[in-house]
Design a protein around this ligand. Sequence first.
Ligand code: LMR
Length: 399
Amino acid sequence: MWQDIEAAPVDAIFGLTDAFKKDQNPEKVNLGVGVYKDDDNNTPILNCVKFAEAILLEKEKSKSYLPISGDPVYAANVQKLLFGETGEVISSGRAVTVHAPGGTGALRVGGDLLKKFYPEAKMWISSPTWANHKGVFNTAGFELAEYAYYNAETKDLDFDAMVAVLETIPAGDVVLLHACCHNPSGVDLSPEQWAKVASVSKEKGWVPFLDFAYQGFGESIEADRCGIEQFAALGEDFLVASSFSKNLGLYNERTGSLTIVSPTAEESAVAMSHVKATIRVIYSNPPAHGGLVAATILSNPELYSQWLGELGDMRDRIKAMRLALVDGLVKRGLKGDFSYIIKQRGMFSFSGLSADVVAWLRENKSIYIVGGGRINLAGLTSGNIDYVCDGIAEALSKR
Ligand code: LMR
C-alpha cells in the first residue's frame, strides 16, 4: 500500500526531539520543543500534581467514561482561570467549556466545528506563528491567510501593520490570536493594544479564536488573561483553546480545553450541542486523568496556592535564563542590542539566528533550535549556558 507513497516530512518540532535523542554527543542541548526543564535539565512533575494524584488514587472509584465534554468540575475551574472567579461570562452562562486532548486537540475541535457551520470562513494566523497551526487548520479544511505581527528588523511587534490587516478582515472570518507568550516570537500585545484589537473585531465582525497555551508563563495568571478579558467585555462570540501542558506540566496527559463564548447562554447551549457532536466522531470523550488532576488542584485552595508558587518558580527560572543568555553573549564580545531577548515573554525567544547558524549549531555543537531561530529558554541551565553561548559566538564568528 505504501510503496509508491513518499514519506511525510519530519515534524518541525517533535522531529528535532527525535534527532536529539539519537545524538551521541554528551554535550548536546535541546532548545527545540517547548517543554520546561529545571536547572538539572529534568522536566519535573510538579509537587501539587503529585499531591493531587495521591488524592485521586484514594478517591477514584471508577474508570468509566467521562461525559463527551469531560468532567464538569474541570470545565468550571478552567472558566475561572480564563475569566476570573466573578467573571460576567461565567455568571451569565455565556461560556461553555469542553476538555480536549491538549491545546492542539482544542484547536482542531474548534476548527472542525467552525468549518462545519462557516465553510467559507478564512482562518487568519499571525506571521510568524506556531509551526503546527498551519497543519491543524489546513487539515480542518481552512484556507489560511496571514496578518502582520513580528518585525524582524526591530525584533518587536509591528502593531500598526497588524491593525492595518485586521481592519481589512471581513465579518465571519476567524482570526487566531496568541493570548500571551506568543509562540514563536515571545512578543506580546500590551493591554491597550489588546483593547484596540478587540474593538476592531467588534467593528469588523470577525471571530477571535485565542490560543492560550502559556497562561502564567508571562507575568501571572491574571495579567496573562488581559486579552481574553477585552474580548469577554464585548459580549460577542469568541473561542479559547487553552492547555495545562505547560503551566501544570501535564504534557503527556493531554489536558486542554476549548471554551466557546457567545452573546447569550442560549446560543452557547447550541454551540455545546455541536461541539459534543464534533468530539463524539473524533475521539468520543476525553482521557480522564489530567483533567481530574487539574480539577483537584484548582478546586483545593492549598494545592492552588502551591501551584501558583511552582508556576512562579518556573517563570522566574526562564526569566533568569533570558538574562544569562544576554549576559553570556555580551561577555563574548557579540555586538548588538540584545535587550529584545529580555523583553520577550514566556518560554521562547526568537533569537534572530539565521537558518545557516541554526544548522551549524546542530551539526557542529549538537545544539538543537527550531528552524526560524526559536530558542526554548527553559532548555538553558547553569550547566549548559556557557556551552550554548560559546557555540553561538563561534557560529556567528564564521559568518
Ligand atoms: C512547542 O511549540 O514546542 C510546543 O507547543 C510543543 C508542540 O506541540 O509543538
